[in-house]
Design a protein. Structure first.
Length: 75
C-alpha cells in the first residue's frame, strides 16, 4: 500500500464521519419535528380508516347476541 493512499484514507474517513455528524445534527435541529408531525398525521388518518371498518362492522352485526363463528379448519 502506498503512503499516498494511506494518507488519503486517514483524511477521507474523518471527513466522512464529520459530514455524517453534521448531517445528523442538521436533521435533528431542523427536520425531525416536521417529519414526526407528518408521521403522526399519517398514523391518525390510518387509525380513522381502520375505525371506519369497525363502525361499519358494528352496524352490520346481528342484532341478537349470537356470535358469528368462523369455519373450523381440519388439522
Amino acid at each position: 500500500m502506498s503512503t499516498t493512499f494511506s494518507a488519503l484514507v486517514w483524511w477521507i474517513i474523518p471527513i466522512t464521519a464529520l459530514i455524517g455528524v453534521l448531517g445528523y445534527v442538521l436533521w435533528v435541529t431542523k427536520f425531525q419535528e416536521r417529519f414526526e408531525n407528518e408521521t403522526t398525521r399519517s398514523v391518525t388518518q390510518f387509525q380513522r380508516f381502520q375505525s371506519s371498518f369497525r363502525e361499519a362492522q358494528e352496524n352490520v352485526a346481528p342484532e341478537n347476541d349470537e356470535k358469528i363463528e368462523s369455519p373450523e379448519k381440519d388439522a
